[in-house]
Design a protein around this ligand. Structure first.
Ligand SMILES: [Zn+2]
Length: 144
């Protein structure tokens, strides 16, 4: 188990490394514009796998927690359960990634920079998982 803030993703995958951590929401500033409150924390687990013969190296990323989002109907904060489970294929360059996406439009991949900021990846993944128009779950909004 490593705690490095910056990893070489291809090596991380090849060596089957993993890290599991809690991060305070306050330490993820790029999320703050989208939140009703920056209190609390999330947990993530990042695990590399080489995939073996003929398979692509990949990172498995799991994120769990609860975020407070502003409801767009009543403007009150509500608890949004965050649960992300993703496999990110590691491409060597943009061309390789583009070829994979052509072959499989649902493919989730990224170009493996030699130095990848783990928290930046977690933040990016959370940003993509947030609803475009956050709202209280059906029947729970006081404005309804
Ligand atoms: Zn509401």
């Amino acid at each position: 188990m490593s705690e490095q803030a910056v990893i070489d993703p291809l090596r991380f995958a090849r060596d089957g490394e993993s890290q599991e951590r809690s991060v305070a929401v306050a330490n993820m500033p790029r999320l703050h514009d989208r939140l009703a409150s920056t209190e609390g924390e999330i947990r993530f687990r990042l695990a590399g796998r080489s995939g073996g013969a003929g398979k692509r190296p990949a990172l498995d990323l799991r994120i769990d927690g609860e975020l407070s989002l502003p409801c767009q109907r009543c403007l009150e904060g509500f608890a949004f359960p965050l649960s992300v489970d993703e496999t990110l294929l590691l491409a060597r360059n943009e061309a390789e990634l583009a070829a994979w996406e052509d072959a499989d439009p649902l493919c989730e991949g990224l170009v493996a920079e030699p130095q990848m900021d783990v928290l930046g990846l977690v933040e990016d993944t959370i940003l993509l998982a947030l609803p475009m128009v956050p709202r209280h779950p059906e029947g729970e909004c006081p404005v309804e």
